[in-house]
Design a protein around this ligand. Structure first.
Ligand code: FAD
Length: 117
């Protein structure tokens, strides 16, 4: 049950892992269409997040800090920043965004090689 604090935290951890991995895999030089896809995705993600209270807070964060989608680096940096906003709200320590690097490596490097062909 999502009203349970442990379940809520578990959902959060799984979701953040996925969320940051999406950013880490976003194209380095996205097309307009890819940028619009990520922007829409983030807004829908926020609307549909299963913990209602979290969804409400996160939508407020998005209004204040709209998604930055011009490149992989920018999107990953924005994702780290917005997670830190949630960390601050929950009185959790700030994550050092300069350490993002290979933190969210999904083991999908072969996709990238294929893209380069
Ligand atoms: P988490 O915050 O889940 O982070 C998991 C791991 O990600 C960390 O251990 C660390 O390795 C890494 N990490 C930490 N910060 C960053 C960062 N800035 N960038 C990249 N990686 C990082 N819970 C509530 O109680 N109330 C809410 O309103 C709420 N809103 C949420 C909104 C969203 C969109 C999401 C995804 C979750 C929300 N949560 C909320 C859950 C909360 O953010 C945590 O996921 C949960 O409390 C578990 O925290 P944790 O300490 O295990 O680490």
């Amino acid at each position: 049950k999502l009203g349970n604090a442990t379940a809520k935290a578990e959902l959060g951890r799984a979701t953040w892992k996925y969320f940051h991995t999406v950013m880490a895999r976003f194209p380095e030089k996205p097309t307009e269409d890819q940028q619009e896809a990520l922007r829409s995705y983030i807004h829908l993600f926020a609307r549909l997040y299963p913990c209602g209270e979290c969804a409400e807070h996160f939508q407020q964060h998005l209004t204040k800090y709209p998604p930055q989608v011009s490149s992989r680096k920018v999107a990953a940096g924005w994702g780290c920043f917005i997670h830190n906003e949630v960390n601050a709200m929950l009185e959790k320590p700030e994550f050092d965004c300069s350490k993002l690097g290979a933190y969210y490596d999904c083991g999908c490097a072969e996709d990238e090689e294929a893209e380069g062909e």
